[in-house]
Write a protein that binds this ligand. Structure first.
Ligand SMILES: Cc1cc2nc3c(=O)[nH]c(=O)nc-3n(C[C@H](O)[C@H](O)[C@H](O)COP(=O)(O)O)c2cc1C
Length: 345
């Protein structure tokens, strides 16, 4: 399947591996890009501890970019969530590094498109901005971004306070803006690709599916938990603080209980800041496999994942399934039209 976006980025398939912070590294990213999709380095890619300074974070990112390039000559992306408060120096440093290294694509998240779009575009970088509401998509386009990701509430990780599911969001964004739209949230298979394309998306953006692959750096217990998850295997929490979706485990249920007990947003912020600052908590869930108390971001599509294949096999399978579903649907609609035509005198 080719779209304006895949041609512009030089992709063989409309499949983007979504940024996933610690759950990404050069090996995963290069595998996705070499297989014809677009791999994305998240913040902290390849690391197991937080960087002590913006300079250290920048040099780690540079090393990961170079490691991807040593493994593949295909295009790839870097994700830069715009840092708040003291974290802003970290994202500013990442912008300097991606400009220096001439990274082809940058996916900016969690903040205003007025911050980094111009500095990135001025050196020819293709800028994708992640949004979760139509008005934010319009604003990003007005700032000059090249494409937007419509991130639904069904996806793993953080999403918007409006809690919009991926398909209605994608459809409404695609009707509202002229730039290519990428659908995100709950997409894990060929059916998801067809749904996204029908809603007007030019590519899919998958996080959770690219955790349960051979090349993913997440702990094997996390991959097993994804395979075992059913439709209720994830929970969203943080309605007043940050809206996140994770594995439905002791940590997520504990947060929900605190919300239900009437804790204020300030108290909840303090609780989560404290939780994350404890030793190993940041990486404990995803990289160390603490299935009960870890913060393990996961989308609703986990309920459809049944295996842990290699990346190349997965992408081929997803696109072959999408093609056969689209062909069967096309034939069903044509048959229906024929029968209707025959029935009409
Ligand atoms: C483990 C994990 C970590 C994530 N970390 C980030 C991140 O660092 N930056 C970001 O923009 N989005 C992040 N996300 C959100 C994804 O980029 C994407 O929107 C989401 O995975 C799509 O939904 P899906 O998981 O159902 O495919 C993360 C998602 C997961 C599952």
């Amino acid at each position: 399947m080719q779209t304006t976006l895949t041609s512009r980025l030089g992709l063989r398939h409309p499949v983007i591996q979504a940024p996933m912070n610690w759950a990404t590294d050069a090996r995963l990213v290069a595998a996705v890009s070499a297989a014809g999709g677009l791999g994305t380095l998240g913040p902290n890619a390849g690391a197991r501890t937080p960087a002590a300074s913006p300079e250290e974070a920048g040099e780690r990112l540079r090393a990961q970019i170079r490691a991807v390039r040593a493994l593949t000559d295909q295009p790839f992306a870097v994700n830069i969530p715009i840092g708040r408060g003291p974290m802003r120096a970290f994202s500013d440093r990442s912008v300097e590094v991606v400009r220096d290294e001439r990274v082809p694509v940058v996916i900016v998240a969690t903040g205003s498109p007025s911050v980094y779009t111009a500095p990135l575009k001025s050196v020819g970088i293709f800028v994708i901005h992640a949004i979760a509401e139509v008005r934010h998509a319009r604003k990003a386009v007005a700032e000059g971004v090249d494409a937007v990701v419509a991130e639904g509430f069904d996806g793993g990780g953080h999403s918007g306070f409006a809690e919009l599911p991926s398909m209605p969001l994608t459809r409404q964004v695609a009707r509202a803006v002229e730039v290519p739209v990428i659908a995100a949230g709950g997409i894990v298979d060929g059916c998801g690709v067809v749904m996204a394309a029908a809603a007007g998306a030019q590519a899919v953006y998958m996080g959770t599916r690219f955790m349960a692959v051979q090349e993913s750096p997440v702990h094997p217990r996390v991959k097993e938990a994804i395979v075992e998850a059913d439709d209720t295997g994830t929970l969203s929490w943080g309605r007043t603080t940050e809206v996140a979706r994770t594995l439905a485990n002791g940590f997520a249920r504990g947060f929900r209980e605190r919300e239900a007990s009437g804790m204020s947003p300030q108290e909840l912020h303090a609780y989560i800041a404290d939780y994350r600052s404890a030793a190993n908590r940041r990486v404990g869930g995803l990289l160390l496999g603490d299935l009960d108390q870890g913060e393990i971001y996961l989308g609703v599509g986990a309920g459809l994942i049944e295996d842990v294949p290699g990346v190349a096999e997965l992408i081929e399978r997803i696109m072959a399934d999408a093609c056969s579903i689209a062909t069967r649907l096309g034939a069903a609609f044509e048959d229906g039209a024929d029968r209707q035509a025959a029935a009409v005198p």
